[in-house]
Design a protein around this ligand. Sequence first.
Ligand code: TYM
Length: 360
Amino acid sequence: MQCYYKAVFRPCNKLNCIAYLRAMAKEVVLSGIRPTGFLHLGNYFGAMRNYVRMQDEYNCYFFVANWHSLTTHPDTKELRNSVNRVVAENIACGLDPEKVALYVQSDVPEIAELYLYLNTMAYKGELEKTTTFKEKVRLNPDNVNAGLLTYPVLMAADILIHRAVKVPVGKDQEQHLEMARNFADRFNHRYGNVLPLPQAFNYGGELVKILSLDGNGKMSKSENQMNTLYLADTDELIGKKIMKAKTDQGPSTPNSAKPDYIENLFTLMRLVSGADVVGKFEDDFNASSEGHCIIRYGDMKKQLAADMIEFIKPIRAKAADIQENKDLLHKITRQGAEKARASASETLKLVRSAIGMNES
Ligand code: TYM
């Protein structure tokens, strides 16, 4: 077998080859984040928490989706900073750039070629029906560009360029994954079996959706900012946002169903507080004293704010440190791009040969 590691990375020695073969034996994982604003708890619990766990078990590729951001954020003044912040925040959350390929999408031009081929597998009608496309058209009717329409195709190319089989994402990306499977399946039928069909992934099964604190839709990088908890928020701001989160009078009978916005507070508490703390508030929600439920949402929010501050504080501090170090960030993304291009060019070779686009 040709020593691919030697060709792409450093001088071949036995250990490098063994490391390469080991990496090849693991299932491939890929995921990405758009640099369209500050990362928030939805990004963390929907996606990044999985990345950190997966890096020890899988052959992982994680990237910053800066091409994707152009479809909705054409102004690029802040783009470089945002890309650096996403890289820094990923590392601050526990990603180890020595274990994974952490790269910037535009540093891997092979993705664009696969995007071109996959565009011929995607039909206008299905692209127009995509939920995220319809939502973006509604929010910004003056910028319905072709990149926005073919967003799911570029996303499929991001995944399939490494022949990834597991894609850790939040619930909002489920439809895009289904489309990626369809495009890969059509490619395989037309040209031969080259592309595995990727699945959305979350430890524990169900994909996660973290709601905004006012219960109106999901937490988001660029919308509804006072109801989204960002990994860069100060202690004060975290406290303020949680204390004004939507609640109500409390349940009128024990063991009632929780409204979405209350369930979301419990979800956040389950993510950052101890089991005993969650248990106490669950009991309070379900218990009654002389017919009145005893949960006090003010106390619950105070406790949640304290635990959330403890959770976010070290991530915020570490990300700020890393962001200062531009040389380090550059070195990490260079190294990530090198690993990613090695894998991407292998896939492109197979794809071109299946289509009959061999070098002339
Ligand atoms: P993006 O940048 O909007 O979000 C990054 C990741 O965070 C998840 N997420 C959430 N999870 C739970 N609750 C929320 N409120 C919440 N908000 C965001 C997203 O599901 C995502 O996993 N299209 C992607 C970026 C992308 C990509 C890819 C992902 C481009 N190519 C290839 C996977 C594979 C996006 O816009 O994510």
